[in-house]
Design a protein around this ligand. Structure first.
Ligand SMILES: [Zn+2]
Length: 387
């Protein structure tokens, strides 16, 4: 397995960037070199997992009720919490997209189209020098969420997008049968070969090439086998889509060790019809966070170099609706403010920032970690984050 050390080329690129910046600002070459070397030495965070704990989730059922979210609470205790994170849009798609773009996407944004503004994936690939195999997105189902992987922006777009894995789309019955067949020593028939090809291409070949070399193909197959043997395709229950996305994320960290991994969830929106089901989604997803976190903490290299950021796209109404569910639209504080939890080797420990921040601050924060500038984003890097 290859580790995610900086390549010589990426190091050189970072240094060249710092030199160019210094030349523009009039700093001498010697100072620029020292600054570039310092940045390379000091940056311990080399992996970021960003979880859009979306579907509309109030703080009242998360950090306000720690028995629902022991994992998130533990992360908060060891990290930084922003309990007054202002949300920016009250449609699920636009609001979650805002987390990835750092722009308050207009309310009327079409629910099934890519946005016009670059995503953090595109910034870190184009400006932070990350390769296609470094940047992944795991989604909870449906084509809509794959729109978070890249934008239609002319200067960015697909060539800087994240490799996207949709748990439902990849781990379906067809692939399960295929893998069962792969375990037997015989010729693959034409249809199986075609499925295998599709599986590989869904893992990042084609226009987002960069992972389709032989070594990666081998890892892809190990990955798929592990994924299926762990029963990803059999996950059931109120959070089935989210559980698949989180399990895919867990195995991506194990096998590919992405530098930036986005995860988008959505099942909490069952709340419109059932408060109890909503709480159940939160609890189950928190249990899945524990597995993901464990992968990071069990690996000495990842444990010392991985940051995790978790936040909902917005909250929910203050009061139950007539079905004993919770909608999102009353303009309450519980709807407009969520809690962002940040855990990582360079972040402060056990720190609560009561100052108001915004969901659109997350994109510039992640970009800054990778030495990229989210030049079109409206948010700012989160304050009081680094220790
Ligand atoms: Zn909803």
């Amino acid at each position: 397995m290859t580790s995610a050390r900086p390549t010589r080329r990426s190091v050189l690129r970072g240094t060249a960037g710092a030199l160019a910046g210094a030349a523009l600002s009039g700093v001498g070459a010697r100072g620029a070199l020292a600054a570039a070397a310092g940045a390379l030495l000091e940056r311990r965070t080399r992996h970021v997992i960003l979880v859009a704990f979306a579907g509309g989730i109030r703080t009242r059922e998360t950090l306000g009720a720690p028995e629902n979210v022991p994992t998130l609470k533990a992360m908060a205790n060891e990290g930084v919490v922003y309990p007054r994170t202002r949300t920016s849009n009250l449609g699920h798609f636009g609001a979650a997209l805002s987390i990835f773009t750092g722009i308050s996407e207009p309310r009327g944004i079409r629910e099934n189209a890519r946005g016009p503004d670059p995503t953090l994936f595109e910034y870190v690939r184009k400006e932070g020098g990350l390769s296609g195999s470094d940047v992944w997105m795991s989604t909870s189902g449906g084509t809509q969420q794959t729109n978070y992987a890249y934008s239609t922006h002319a200067d960015f777009g697909a060539r800087y997008g994240a490799n996207t894995l949709d748990g439902d789309g990849v781990f379906n019955q067809e692939f399960k049968d295929l893998v069962a067949g792969l375990g037997r020593p015989r010729e693959m028939d034409e249809r199986e070969a075609e499925l295998l090809e599709r599986m590989r291409s869904s893992l990042g070949a084609g226009e987002r090439a960069g992972v389709n070399d032989a070594e990666t193909a081998r890892r892809v197959e190990s990955y798929i086998l592990t994924e299926l043997s762990r029963g990803t395709s059999d996950l059931r229950g109120v959070n089935a889509g989210d559980a698949k996305a989180l399990q895919v994320a867990r195995n991506l960290m194990l096998f590919f060790r992405p530098r930036l991994l986005g995860v988008s969830l959505q099942n909490a929106d069952v709340a419109h019809g059932s408060y109890n089901a909503y709480v159940e989604v939160i609890r189950r997803n928190d249990a899945a966070f524990a597995e993901l976190w464990q992968v990071v903490r069990d690996d000495p290299e990842l444990a010392d170099s991985t940051a995790i950021i978790v936040l909902p796209e917005f909250g929910r109404d203050r009061d139950l609706n007539s079905r004993r569910g919770l909608d999102h639209g009353d303009g309450s504080e519980e709807l407009n403010y969520v809690s962002t939890v940040c855990w990582g080797p360079e972040f402060r420990k056990g720190h609560v920032v009561n100052q108001e921040v915004r969901t659109i601050d997350v994109c510039p924060t992640v970009c800054e970690i990778f030495g990229a500038r989210a030049r079109h984003a409206r948010g700012k890097p989160l304050p009081q984050l680094l220790g």
